[in-house]
Ligand binder design. Structure first.
Ligand SMILES: *[C@@H]1O[C@H](CO)[C@@H](O)[C@H](O)[C@H]1NC(C)=O
Ligand SMILES: *[C@@H]1O[C@H](CO)[C@@H](O)[C@H](O)[C@H]1NC(C)=O
Ligand SMILES: *[C@@H]1O[C@H](CO)[C@@H](O)[C@H](O)[C@H]1NC(C)=O
Length: 372
């Protein structure tokens, strides 16, 4: 055998051995991601994101180990160009840990559903007092979540007030002044919001492009402007006219259309305060949809940059409940479905402990969709 051929064979064998070694040392999931990095379909982006290594890969615990139907879907608009994300330090919340809220939920039952289609469902022109029988299992996740009935309908009134909303410079200035003085503003007590702003000022606010989802009054918008946001965009169904130059409003449909424009940009941070828990209950005239909140979270996962920040407040407790048609209270069953596409950073505020009682702690997370 000539010398060159001999060395070629030796080098090939050594190389193959090294490759084999490299692959066996990696957990299979990361090998898969690595191999498919450039060919992942957008649906797969959502399927595989749960395999991105996280600290809490234990499966969630359900009564009688039950499997149930959920429909979160995917966002068809995710950037196909993925990027390396930098993960900020995480503070594990002892309360969430104790109540087993850190876990990986079961797979989605309809991963090919376009989450933006939720906006095409019929509106709720009159309040719904009781969940239709054929949707009971959907709303309670096959009885995992306890249900009680209350009633309040605000669709008509809100619709009317929003149709003519004008955000004047004076109104925003007044709200900014309160934010400057760190006074509680908005419809809920905002004491927990100021620490969030202090800690995430540089990564989520200062000179950043931000968006606010679901607004009745522009108080978060005013706080963001006051603390140095480059721009604030409110995404709302109502046609609101803003008279402040770096505060813009857009309807969800126009937002979708804008994504095909060449200068389209994803946001650095998204802020969503107390609206998810109502999504799909019809109380505000929105379509009846048992998975409205989960689908909205999917929509929210394709609006910030990969690794971008999402600040989310909603009623959270050690025990899940559905108080129809008022709101949902998120506990160990439903909460993991909400954050499944996000990397949890820190919870501000406390969880309530009694069934039905709730606080609105603020969860800060980073978007995993689009990250390598
Ligand atoms: C309710 O759940 C069933 C499966 O149990 C599913 O087939 C159906 O599509 C769900 N309905 C809605 C509105 O999602
Ligand atoms: C704001 O951010 C942009 C990049 O998004 C950067 O070019 C600019 O220098 C920043 N301005 C300030 C005042 O930090
Ligand atoms: C809100 O107003 C719009 C325009 O008048 C109407 O098309 C829509 O059905 C209303 N929504 C509700 C929930 O009443």
């Amino acid at each position: 055998m000539n010398n060159a051929l001999y060395w070629l064979i030796v080098i090939t064998i050594v190389t193959l051995f090294l490759i084999a070694l490299l692959y066996t040392k990696n957990p299979s999931s990361s090998v898969n991601l690595f191999q498919r990095e450039n060919t992942l379909s957008q649906i797969d982006l959502y399927r595989t994101v749960v395999h991105v290594p996280d600290h809490n890969n234990i499966a969630c615990q359900y009564k009688n180990n039950k499997q149930f139907y959920t429909c979160s879907g995917y966002c068809p608009l995710s950037e196909t160009k993925r990027k390396k994300c930098t993960w900020l330090p995480r503070t594990i919340d002892q309360d969430m840990l104790n109540s087993k809220m850190h876990c990986q939920p079961q797979d989605d039952s309809c991963p090919t559903y376009n989450a933006f289609d939720k906006d095409k469902l019929p509106l709720t022109p009159e309040g719904i007092r009781h969940i239709p029988k054929d949707l009971l299992n959907n709303f309670t996740l096959s009885g995992q979540i306890s249900l009680s009935y209350y009633y309040n309908y605000r669709g008509t009134e809100l619709n009317a007030s929003k149709l003519s909303a004008q955000w004047t410079a004076e109104m925003i200035d007044n709200l900014r002044k309160m934010a400057r003085e760190r006074k509680p503003i908005g419809s809920y007590s905002t004491e927990t919001l100021y620490p969030v702003i202090d800690i995430y000022l540089d990564v989520a606010i200062k000179n950043k492009t931000t968006a606010v989802i679901g607004t009745e009054m522009p108080w978060i918008e005013a706080i963001l402007l006051e603390y140095g946001a480059k721009s604030v965009q409110t995404i709302e169904y109502a046609t609101i006219v803003s008279h402040v130059s770096n505060l813009k409003t857009i309807t969800p449909q126009k937002y979708i259309d804008s994504r095909s424009l060449p200068n389209f940009e994803l946001y650095d941070s998204i802020w969503c305060y107390s609206s998810l828990e109502h999504d799909g209950l019809g109380r505000y005239g929105d379509p009846l949809n048992p998975y409205g909140d989960m689908q909205t979270m999917v929509k929210l996962s394709c609006m910030p940059k990969p690794g971008g920040v999402l600040v989310l407040a909603m009623p959270t407790s050690h025990v899940d409940s559905l108080e129809f048609n008022l709101h949902r209270v998120y506990g160990p069953i439903r909460y993991p479905f909400i954050y499944r596409h996000f990397h949890l950073l820190k919870l501000f505020g406390r969880l309530s402990t009694n069934l039905g009682a709730y606080n609105q702690p603020i969860l800060v997370m980073q978007n995993k969709i689009g990250c390598l």
